[in-house]
Design a protein around this ligand. Sequence first.
Ligand code: ATP
Ligand code: MG
Length: 559
Amino acid sequence: METERPTDFIREIIDEDLRLNKNKGRVATRFPPEPNGYLHIGHAKSICLNFGIAAQYNGTCNLRMDDTDPAGETMEYVESIINDVRWLGFDWEDRLFFASDYFERLYDFAVELIKKGKAYVCDLSPDEIREYRGTLTEPGRESPYRNRTVEENLDLFRRMRAGEFEDGSRVLRAKIDMASPNILMRDPVLYRIKRTPHYRTGKKWVIYPMYDFAHCLSDAIEGITHSICTLEFENNRPLYDWIINELIESEDKPKQIEFARLNLSYTVLSKRRLIELVEKGIVSGWDDPRMPTIAGMRRRGYTPRSIRTFCNKIGVAKNDNLVDISFLEACVRDDLNEIAPRVMCVMEPLKVIIDNYPEGKVEEIECANHPQDPSFGKRKVPFSRQLYIEKDDFSENPPKKYKRLSPDKEVRLRNAYIIKFSHLVRDESTGEIKEIHCTYDPTSKDGPPADGRKVEGVIHWVSATHAIPIEVRLYDRLFTIEDPASKGDDFIKYINPDSLKVLYPCYGEPSLKDAKPKDRYQFERIGYFCVDVKDSTSNKPVFNRIVSLKDTWAKLKVN
Ligand code: ATP
Ligand code: MG
């Protein structure tokens, strides 16, 4: 794994805690997703942070399903989360936990709070509770049920659990301070009645703890030392501390630390919005390669290492900002540049006939699989009289500085010969160019031409008789504007209608016959591609474009 040791304000807090020998020198973190959707790149930031800190400090990081709200939670999501975190390269060993396993203990904690006179059963309706809560400028009012006796509260809470009351008719509330400037401290709800079956506990429970109650206590149960979460929980921290201080004796108490969530341009990172894209069929599923989900990025061909690098490089801060998606793409590109073997593939074919090349002759041309790394070895690519090149690598009336093939400019075929334009044949009905005829310089294969003339352009090609037809899926940004989340529920109006372009047939060199699902390649001069795991077949291989190519081989690049 990456050896870089980032520093940031969270690690500074941990360093200081260690210096003071807090938690007896232990560092324990957790990643606590709610299994109500697939993980996205924002979660990856949190995963890298929590597991990264644990690794750096010889500590532990738990994977905890934060599954205390039965609505929308499913086993499918649990499995996807497990799969995604593992794929990202992290290991929780035997520490996979479920907050729903703590329901009994959380109930006991609530009883304890009641016994201490610090919680009460309240019969106000949800609307009334809101009304009594007050506003930022006005204090709240105390609930008429606030001064129930401990006995009455214990009895009512037990009967809430036993299912004697309607959903929403009663709640358990903490007894804190209705005049607190922090509205979350105005007797927050700790338990509610909800007759929704839970994907793990079924109908066993009809009361469920609220996030603020369950989360901090789950942290305490697991011995978490640093409970790292996103900034929107900053106002919840006093409540986190209040509950912990009331119920946890140990001097080693978990501490909540907030950091800025990741926002990424041209996409949305909210489960609710991502679910909408899936349910409305705007994408093909959670793993649609355009989705900012881990599953989508995996299918598209992103490497786990590039995602980890991205997360480490953006770092953690205290202010929200919008990270440019091209930065993520650059991380992916850098990684693929090292690991992807090169092949040639023509996206939009134009037939080239080499008139002076013998009919029926085939040369096997040795090509390096990686320009910088000889350990990738070599492969043989057939060369013959009929080739395909890209349509836009030929121009009849070239603009100035055009370095590809044109009537008066020779070009080198990558790894092979220099060719020169002779004439072209048009489709009589459409006027389009059907094929072009060229001649080749037989002496030019292994180096610059003997007569010293300069040929600047290099283009890729495949042998038309040997190439295999493939489908190529070109992905672009999912949204047309930088910050679709800023449009609220209208975000969906800004979907990029051209976010997927399918090309067929494209022609790949014959070595691509051996490509297996998930294999990644660089199509020279085009970009990085990955064999689609779902739709690719041996009859019709399907390649997803992972990311386009930046100008990495400047000298060879032709425009
Ligand atoms: P959403 O807002 O998409 O519904 P969530 O925060 O409710 O996401 P959880 O399953 O509760 O989703 O998130 C698990 C953890 O991942 C939490 O600790 C949360 O703070 C963190 N997380 C979620 N989104 C981001 C993000 N965009 N950047 C960084 N961390 C995130
Ligand atoms: Mg959440």
